[in-house]
Design a protein around this ligand. Structure first.
Ligand code: WT7
Length: 660
């Protein structure tokens, strides 16, 4: 449906340089359309060929896609492989042994390098250490660590022995960690004594202890602790092991465990609009294939590239574009422990300069905060650093507003570097809509076109495809290799949430709204259509925050909505009804501060409401449903023009309009 914008150069587009295009994996729109056509004509043939050419199989697959039991699709089912073998051993055999795999920069600026040979040894030792504790194929291992080579070693070691890992972001609280450990049925936790961020030491092991104490049916037999800071921690004899003591004497050779292509490589929890977080279960074969293909296509990775993805390994971006994708293509990654604003807000630019980064992948929220910082203090502006090593930029996590896009393009990429605005989700495993940097003419604010092989549409509430120019629901029309396989332990939830009956049951519903440009067919994501908020690129369920607020002893009821925010994209506004009388003045401020702390402790600082408003009641329909659409309008400070005839208690609206 999309026109070919490269045929006629238009001023509103940004084009790659000839040099970039000539050397790119996909060098033109013709090459892009040719791949799309190939997939359309022979879907299984297209994927089968890519999987044979890009993944090392221990036992080749004979069938590409099994669609007999939708939506439980299977890819390359009878093939056997090992993901860690594909990331490490492969690179020892093809001349990358002495190449840097990981360049790690600690919070304080200390740099450590690991070659593929060293990384391979460290992963094997860790894998043998895990095996010595009886951890085996199919077991679930929770990893609760900060950004470190050790976190990637832990993930790769699990992959090597066929254990399914579940990384929990190090900013999550004990109750959130406990919920995930319990849901995954984990037998072990890998953590660190502490983490270091922005010059501060923050606990990890202590939170693991708290989390484990909260679980009724605790299956965790072993806790492995990487010593990061050396500060004293509580040590439970028999259960706890220092990582160095466990692994130092282990052999640095460990035969990979060959697993089926569908074997769950990992579970990663993501927020849902209702209920508990969903454990997105990912495969081994299909996931790896897509991690590799998107490294080649979207990031156009070359042997000399220095690839820096700033995402934490606790998120899917850190899985696919730190722990797996770059290694599977023999790349060198920069890994950063700290925060973009410490010791100063020029840290990112300083690191690009220092490590000669060529591909830089980050989030709009980081870009926006650094724009602000460099406007306030020219000392930290990118102009103070040599960014000439850069050749490609990437954005992920939320829509990037054209203003931030243009700043990124001009001040960081110096109008030389294409920007790939990559739309995807925890559930998609890798990019699904993104420009091909050597081919696709760019439009700020649009993630452009689907990756080759993917069929994506905008449909109405009944699943009918809408014409370009009309906004609707974003769906993926056919199964793709790196798709979520199920919600861990909850097939029903997977089916009803992602493959809704209303859309016919055969379309994957991403949960986002989208609109396509009438001329180009380019996609623009218009935001979530469910009650999932996106704060700084992190998905958070409104229900999750509401239930934590409601659990506070002072709170009777709470409703949470999102509100546009210049820095974080969206921010949380909470409407709270206390059990006692309406708080006023200083008292209200104190209670609000208390509630913020509570949410931070119960979920994570990311979930902390930016704004809290108190009322005597919430606006409800006569049937008792909270009218969130009204709360959204109030949170934005707009006038209510909508129909409020079903509202039981209209007087409440004026009260809630008063912000603190
Ligand atoms: C949601 C997924 C993908 C890794 C990080 C977030 C939003 C993500 C974009 C983009 C517009 C985007 C969507 C999506 N999103 N990337 N380039 N443009 N929106 O993973 O936590 O699973 O969140 O993030 O709303 O559904 P996640």
């Amino acid at each position: 449906m999309a026109a070919n914008p490269s045929e006629k150069k238009e001023t509103r587009f940004y084009y790659p340089s000839e040099e970039f295009a000539q050397n790119a994996a996909i060098p033109s729109m013709d090459a892009y359309w040719a791949l799309c056509k190939e997939a359309e004509e022979d879907y299984e043939g297209f994927w089968g060929k890519l999987a044979r050419e890009n993944v090392l199989w221990h036992k080749p697959f004979t069938k590409v896609l099994d669609e007999t039991n939708p939506p439980f699709y299977k890819w390359f089912e009878d093939g056997k492989l090992n993901v860690s073998y594909n990331c490490l051993d492969k690179n020892l055999e093809n001349g990358n042994a002495e190449k840097d795999a990981i360049v790690f920069e600690a919070d304080d600026g200390t740099v450590t390098r690991l070659t593929y040979r060293e990384l391979h040894k460290r992963v094997c030792k860790m894998a043998n250490g895990l095996k010595s504790l009886g951890i085996k194929k199919g077991d679930r291992v929770v990893i609760y660590m900060a950004m470190s080579a050790e976190a990637i070693i832990a993930m790769q070691a699990c992959a090597r022995i066929g254990a399914t890992h579940s990384v929990v972001f190090g900013g999550f609280s004990a109750p959130s960690l406990a919920e995930r450990i319990e849901n995954a049925g984990a037998v072990a936790v890998i953590t660190a004594d502490e983490q270091v961020r922005g010059g501060r030491y923050l606990p990890l092991k202590a939170i693991v202890d708290d989390a484990l104490a909260m679980i009724d049916d605790n299956k965790v037999k072993n806790v492995i602790i990487y010593q990061r800071t050396g500060n004293e921690i509580n040590f439970v004899k028999g259960r706890d092991h220092w990582k160095h003591e466990l692994t130092d004497s282990q052999s640095d050779v460990c035969e990979p465990e060959w697993v089926d292509a569908e074997h769950p490589l990992f579970i990663l929890y993501t927020s849902g609009s209702t209920g508990n977080p969903k454990g997105a279960q990912h495969s081994s074969g299909g996931y790896l294939l897509w991690a590799i293909m998107t490294m080649r296509w979207t990031f156009d990775i070359k042997p000399d590239d220095i690839f820096w993805c700033t995402a934490d390994v606790g998120w899917i971006t850190g899985h696919t574009y730190n722990a797996y994708g770059p290694l599977a293509v023999g790349g060198t990654i920069v890994l950063f422990e700290g925060v973009p604003t410490f010791p100063h807000a020029g840290r990112f630019w300083e690191m690009i300069d220092k490590h000669k980064v060529t591909i830089f992948y980050t989030a709009p929220t980081a870009i926006r905060s650094l724009i602000k910082a460099s406007t306030e203090d020219t000392m930290v502006a990118p102009e103070n650093y040599d960014l000439s090593s850069l050749r490609l930029l990437g954005s992920v996590g939320e829509p990037i507003n054209p203003e931030a896009w243009l700043w990124f393009y001009k001040h960081i990429g110096k109008e030389r570097c294409p920007i790939v605005d990559t739309f995807w989700q925890t559930e998609t495993g890798g990019h699904v809509i993104a420009p091909m940097p050597g081919a696709t003419p760019l439009v700020p604010g649009s993630c452009t076109l689907p990756l080759p092989g993917l069929s994506i549409s905008v449909v109405d509430e009944t699943g009918q495809e809408l014409p370009n120019g009309q906004g609707g629901i974003l769906v993926i029309n056919r199964p793709w290799p790196s798709m979520i396989r199920t919600v861990w332990g909850n097939d029903e939830r997977y089916k009803t949430h992602y493959w809704p009956e209303e859309l016919g049951g055969r379309l994957y519903q991403a949960g986002d709204g989208a609109i396509r440009d009438p001329q180009t067919g380019y996609f623009t994501i218009t935001g979530r259509i469910d009650d999932v908020l996106n704060v700084s690129g992190h998905a958070l369920g409104t229900m999750e925050v509401e239930s934590v607020l409601s659990a506070h002893p002072m709170v009777a009821e709470a409703a949470v909505v999102g509100k546009p925010d210049d820095l974080t994209g969206e921010s949380i506004c909470a409407f709270v009804i206390l059990k006692k009388e309406l708080p006023e003045g200083e008292n209200a401020k104190d209670v609000a501060a208390d509630l913020r702390k509570w949410v931070s402790r119960e979920i994570s600082p990311i979930a902390r409401p930016k704004e809290i408003r108190f009322g005597a009641n919430l606006p409800k329909t006569r049937s008792g449903k909270i009218m969130r659409r009204l709360l959204r309008v109030i949170a934005r400070g707009e006038e209510i023009t909508q129909d409020i005839s079903t509202l039981e208690n209209p007087a409440i609206l004026d009260q809630l309009k008063k912000s603190l």
